[in-house]
Every structure is written in structure tokens, then in C-alpha cells.
Design a protein around this ligand. Structure first.
Ligand code: SF4
Ligand code: SF4
Length: 175
């Protein structure tokens, strides 16, 4: 199918002006009396995270795999602690990124401060799992082949389950 363009639709790519995205200032560049949240899209109101027991058994890793079979869930670790994170926006976050129930917001929101918040966009987790497959891969690496708990992979009973070939027989000594 041939589509005819009118003359003023024909323009070179160089003529297209993209809207300028506002540049987010660095935390350290802001004046002391500036409210950091005024420069943020309320990142802390767009998820909740709950601490988890550090998984050490196949059963516990299976729970984590199950979490990640759900939409909008991830699991991360920070300083050795594990968390499940649900990426969902608070119902009271307004279009202007402000809290719609500021006066009655929950205690956790009142206590949260900008001091160690996630304002920066280049922040990385120690470990971050997005898919169930990543958990399986990690679980197999940590538990060892066929292992049911951490360290199992080094136990003798699991050695013959290794994907590596068994120790080969010694070559005969030539007389
Ligand atoms: S506390 Fe941090 S992450 Fe939350 S809105 Fe303020 S600057 Fe953004
Ligand atoms: S209640 Fe307000 S401060 Fe708390 S998460 Fe919701 S929008 Fe953010």
C-alpha cells in the first residue's frame, strides 16, 4: 500500500524537535533549604518491600521462586538481608507526585526521611531477582547439585549427582 504524504508532513529527521526532559538535579547540588521530594517523582510511594528470612533451604528458595511468578514482584538483597518488593503505586499518590492523605498518612510514611532514600537513579542493589528462572539458577548454584540446603553440594552423598564426570580410572603403567 502506498501512502501519500502532504508536503508539510515531509520533513527530515533533523527538523524534528523532541521535547526536553527536565534534568533531575543531584542531591548534593541542591541548596540546604530545598525539599528533595520537590525534585522527585515520589519513588518511595511506588512500591512496598517486606523483609524475608535469608533462604538456606530448597523449600525457602521455592517460596522466593513463587513470589517471582507474580507480576510486579521482585526480590533483592541489601547488606545481606533479603526483601520481597511489590512494585505498585499507592492509591493516594496524586498526579503531582504529592500525597493525597498527607495529614493522615501512615506512620511508616511519616517516619521515612530523605536521608537514605532512593532519590538517586544510579543506585544498585547487592542482588536483584526479577524472574523465577534467576532464582532457580541461583538456588542450584548455592545449594549444589541435588542439595536441599546450603552446603549440601559439598556433601559426599551428592557428589555422584554432579554434572561433572566422575574421576577417570588411572592409566595403566607401561612396563
Ligand atoms: S523521600 Fe526520597 S524517594 Fe521519597 S519522594 Fe522524597 S526524595 Fe523521592
Ligand atoms: S500514603 Fe502518601 S506518603 Fe504514604 S505511600 Fe501513599 S502517597 Fe506516599
Amino acid at each position: 500500500m502506498t501512502v501519500a504524504f502532504s508536503e508539510h508532513v515531509l520533513m527530515s529527521i533533523a527538523d524534528i524537535v523532541l521535547p526536553k526532559m527536565p534534568v533531575k538535579p543531584k542531591r548534593e547540588d541542591l541548596a540546604k533549604d530545598t525539599v528533595l521530594c520537590d525534585h522527585c517523582t515520589a519513588k518511595c510511594c511506588r512500591y512496598f518491600a517486606l523483609p524475608l528470612e535469608t533462604p538456606t533451604t530448597r523449600e525457602e528458595f521455592e517460596y522466593i521462586r513463587w513470589f517471582l511468578l507474580h507480576d510486579h514482584a521482585s526480590v533483592f538483597t541489601e547488606d545481606g538481608d533479603w526483601y520481597v518488593c511489590v512494585h505498585t503505586v499507592c492509591k493516594h499518590l496524586q498526579d503531582d507526585h504529592r500525597c493525597g492523605i498527607y495529614e493522615t498518612r501512615p506512620q511508616i510514611c511519616r517516619e521515612y526521611t530523605t536521608k537514605d532514600c532512593e532519590y538517586e537513579d544510579d543506585w544498585v542493589y547487592d542482588q536483584y531477582f526479577e524472574t523465577a528462572e534467576q532464582v532457580v539458577e541461583y538456588m542450584d548454584a548455592v545449594l549444589g547439585p541435588g542439595g536441599m540446603e546450603v552446603g549440601d553440594g559439598r556433601k559426599k552423598k551428592n557428589r555422584n549427582k554432579s554434572i561433572r564426570s566422575q574421576k577417570p580410572p588411572l592409566l595403566p603403567v607401561l612396563g
